[in-house]
Design a protein around this ligand. Structure first.
Ligand SMILES: [Fe+2]
Length: 232
């Protein structure tokens, strides 16, 4: 399996490139329109066939390049079925699996809270689980829950009852990081996540989230409608 973590500076978004090296077939998770040219050139340089552009959710802070990638490379566009987007080719339900070539398998998991239709993805590689946690679990933080039908109670359940029950050596690859962290582990987050460690109560978490007082994302009024059309 080839794996590459890519970063977009303006929205601090991580995009993930994963491929099966036997068949040279690849996916991108959460590709960003601003970095389309970079992603195209990496795919070309590595001689990969992009099969799917996959989003974790309808982003509010950047526009997905899923549609553009489909137009240029002929890949399919995938994401959560609960978004009900006509522009997608593949609509994941909870626990759906997607083969990438013949050596990599991605599993889709319903992980609401940041938005009500948010999905995360896992890939088991050798003995290690890779968790692409989108904006549900970030490193020493988590996604906000104050718009797009977000719910702190649901996010608490997602993190405590889905993510924190995964093997402790699971590697967490988030959708964003604002502090130059690349990845973490479930063990580290259970011990050290200041918003939601393993011992926190739901009441305290809801209170933590209320106190965040974050600014409205700059691009939300443009990004959400565009992303509802897969970035067109
Ligand atoms: Fe988000």
């Amino acid at each position: 399996m080839l794996f590459k973590q890519l970063f977009e500076n303006e929205s601090s978004t991580y995009t993930y490139l994963i491929s099966c090296q036997e068949k040279q077939e690849a996916i991108l998770i959460d590709p960003v329109l601003e970095t389309l040219e970079r992603d195209l050139s990496i795919i070309k340089k590595l001689n990969l066939k992009l099969k799917y552009a996959i989003d974790t959710h309808v982003h509010a802070d950047h526009v997905t390049s899923a549609s553009a990638l489909r137009e240029i490379l002929g890949c399919k566009v995938a994401g959560p079925a609960k978004d009900y987007l006509k522009c997608r080719d593949v609509n994941f339900k909870d626990n759906d699996e997607l083969a990438i070539g013949n050596t990599v398998k991605l599993k889709a998991i319903y992980t609401p809270g940041h938005t009500n239709t948010h999905f995360s993805y896992t890939i088991n590689h050798r003995d290690v689980k890779f968790l692409f946690s989108g904006d549900a679990l970030l490193i020493n933080a988590c996604g906000r829950t104050d718009f797009q039908s977000g719910s702190s109670k649901k996010l608490y359940n997602t993190i405590k009852n889905i993510f924190y029950k995964m093997p402790e050596n699971t590697i967490v690859f988030p959708g964003h990081d604002y502090n130059k962290n690349n990845f973490s582990t479930i063990l580290e987050q259970k011990k050290a996540n200041t918003l939601i460690d393993d011992s926190i109560s739901v009441e305290k978490f809801i209170d933590n989230m209320k106190k965040l007082k974050l600014d409205k994302p700059k691009k939300i009024d443009v990004a959400v409608p565009k992303n509802m059309d897969c970035g067109n």
